[in-house]
Ligand binder design. Structure first.
Ligand code: P6P
Length: 334
């Protein structure tokens, strides 16, 4: 008998208030899915005059999705505060107190540049423990700055041909698809597992001339195919929607790279640590893969700001291990 999300969460042993938060969050994602499906049929396409904290032009659906999630999650009993790609500061919901609670972070609609061309986009979320405080106080951004290894749950919803939730409570990875007829999230994949080996890599190859040597070496070796050092031919994929590219890897393996590049040498990468790299890294590790930020495991990175960017290389473990070796070799004296 197909398990629903509610049934899985009820028997997971997770903290009941974490279950409440996840049900509220996925309820918001159901509303985002309906808005995305309406697309141009509703007055929700196009760009606004505004820019988000990243300096990116905000799409109407970005802002609508952020508002949907804020409204949907606010009632969750022990949700203390929210961090979002679409908001500069944290969004306090309750005071910190002796019984702690949770911080929720999300990119409400990642890949939104694909909205106009009907390509899959998604919501990425991360849930961290809120610290306890003997006396009640307002949460501050510094409370959020915990390594990704602290996450108690993480996941994404991809709005594609199906609306699919990929979720981890740190006990493996579960996959649910939203049944549009019954509006139930039905489990479709007991436990996603990423094959350690792959023949597929995902990177925006137009940036090749800007990459650091280890990344360039890795990709050139893949492109050399079966007569090169890898001894096999590779395929390349690049959807330019992280949720879509990572979902493919969660389902069949592969490696995703958005590394540091010389276009903005003072910027660690394009993607954000707290609500893109960390949740994806936890999912990938829980599915047997690995995630590397150019220095060490993504989940060990110590955040210094809510919206900090990071280099991302994640997916099939043998590929990420090779990338780590290439980076380590580059540090050896000639
Ligand atoms: P580029 C979408 O804007 C995003 O943040 C990720 O979802 C995606 O992987 C990346 O940027 C695409 O970046 O430079 O290839 O357009």
């Amino acid at each position: 008998m197909t398990v629903t999300l509610g049934q899985y969460l009820a028997q997971s042993g997770a903290d009941p208030s974490l279950v409440d938060l996840l049900l509220a969050l996925t309820g918001g994602c159901e509303r985002i899915s309906a808005a995305v499906r309406r697309g141009a049929a509703g007055d929700i396409m196009g760009a606004l005059e505004s820019e988000n904290v990243q300096g990116e032009v905000q799409k109407k659906l970005d802002v609508i999705s952020n508002e949907i999630l804020l409204e949907a999650c606010a009632p969750a009993a022990r949700l203390v505060a929210i961090g979002s790609e679409e908001m500069e500061g944290i969004h306090p919901v309750r005071k910190l107190g002796p019984d702690g609670g949770f911080f929720l972070l999300f990119d409400p609609l990642d890949g939104s540049s694909n909205i106009e061309v009907n390509v899959s986009i998604g919501t990425i979320f991360s849930i961290l423990p809120a610290p306890t405080s003997a006396s009640e106080r307002e949460p501050i951004e510094a409370d959020f700055l915990q390594p990704g290894r602290n996450q108690v749950a993480a996941g994404y919803v991809v709005y594609g041909p199906q609306t699919t939730l990929v979720l981890t409570l740190r006990a493996g990875v579960r996959v649910f698809t939203l049944d549009p007829v019954t509006a139930q999230w039905l489990e479709v994949n007991e436990a996603a597992a990423i094959p350690p080996e792959t023949k597929e890599f995902a990177i925006n190859a137009s940036n090749m001339r800007h990459w650091a040597a280890p990344v360039r070496q890795y990709v050139e070796d893949c492109l050399a195919g079966e007569t090169g050092p890898r001894g096999k031919n590779f395929n390349m994929r690049w959807v330019a929607s992280m949720v879509a590219d990572v979902h493919r890897i969660m389902m069949r393996g592969g490696v995703f790279l958005y590394p540091w590049d010389a276009r903005e040498p003072n910027r660690a990468g394009k993607l954000r640590l707290m609500y893109e790299a960390n949740p994806m890294a936890l999912l990938v590790e829980q599915a047997g893969g690995a995630s590397f930020d150019g220095f060490g495991p993504t989940l060990d990175a110590k955040p210094v700001s809510l919206h900090q960017r990071v280099s991302v290389m994640l997916g099939s473990k043998a590929e990420v291990d090779r990338l780590q070796r290439l980076h380590a070799d580059a540090l050896q004296p000639a």
